[in-house]
Design a protein around this ligand. Sequence first.
Ligand SMILES: NC(=O)c1ccc[n+]([C@@H]2O[C@H](COP(=O)([O-])OP(=O)(O)OC[C@H]3O[C@@H](n4cnc5c(N)ncnc54)[C@H](OP(=O)(O)O)[C@@H]3O)[C@@H](O)[C@H]2O)c1
Length: 243
Amino acid sequence: MEKILIITGGSKGLGLGLAKEYHENGYRICSISRSKNEKLYFMEQYQCDLSKTETIENVIKEIFSHLDKNNTQQITLINNAGDLGTVNTIENLRPSEINYTIQVNLTAPLVLSSQFVKLTKEWNCKKQIFNISSGAAVNPYESWVMYCASKAGLDMMTKVVSKEQKELPNGVGIVSIYPGVVDTNMQEKVRSTPKEHFKAVQRFIDFHEQGDLSSPEQVAKKIYHLDISGELKNGRILDVRNV
Ligand SMILES: NC(=O)c1ccc[n+]([C@@H]2O[C@H](COP(=O)([O-])OP(=O)(O)OC[C@H]3O[C@@H](n4cnc5c(N)ncnc54)[C@H](OP(=O)(O)O)[C@@H]3O)[C@@H](O)[C@H]2O)c1
């Protein structure tokens, strides 16, 4: 029987760390991202730009057409792909930039989760969705309005869907996870923002200089451990630094 992980953004950063960790623990990995890396032979890679909402349904259906519900022990969707978006105060954001960031960070997880719940309805195995959220969902950072708002929306999705699913006989368990400050391209982008566009930039430069960033591998191990130890109970919103 297979254990399956469908993950967005498995091509790099935290997503790659998670894909490797779950693969090492016997999972079949299906990743969705814009780029494809031939060296990542261990994962089935599906190319899709998650800002193009109309293509998402097709890609998840394509993945499911290769899966067998009678041969699956458990299936997990990790909504990991995310984009910081343009870092600037609200009056300096273009409508297209707002649209892009909300589509990648919030609309895509909603569409994928909707399809995941629908397509696994008759599956008897264990079913889970992990939303990779952020402390930015609850801490308002000036110039990160799109990022903060989209992560807050992701957490609300977790709360609503967990209520919908909890009454069902074999519902999907859904959680939000704050991964902490992770050493990825996203953090490089944060540190390189000019101070006039992002007041808190020095705080992130200091984290880096003081060696306070976790590696994607460390965070992935933590999340996997929380998963197998039963900590990721339906409806939880948790910060990996506090557990
Ligand atoms: N790094 C941190 O300190 C930190 C802290 C809190 C939360 N998070 C969250 O953790 C998650 C992973 O972030 P990260 O730091 O690993 O970022 P990253 O290094 O920038 O990686 C982002 C991943 O998302 C994919 N992606 C981005 N835009 C996409 C699009 N339009 N369509 C499809 N895939 C797309 C990228 O793949 P392609 O480029 O191949 O498309 C890549 O695999 C995000 O949700 C982020 O908000 C990160």
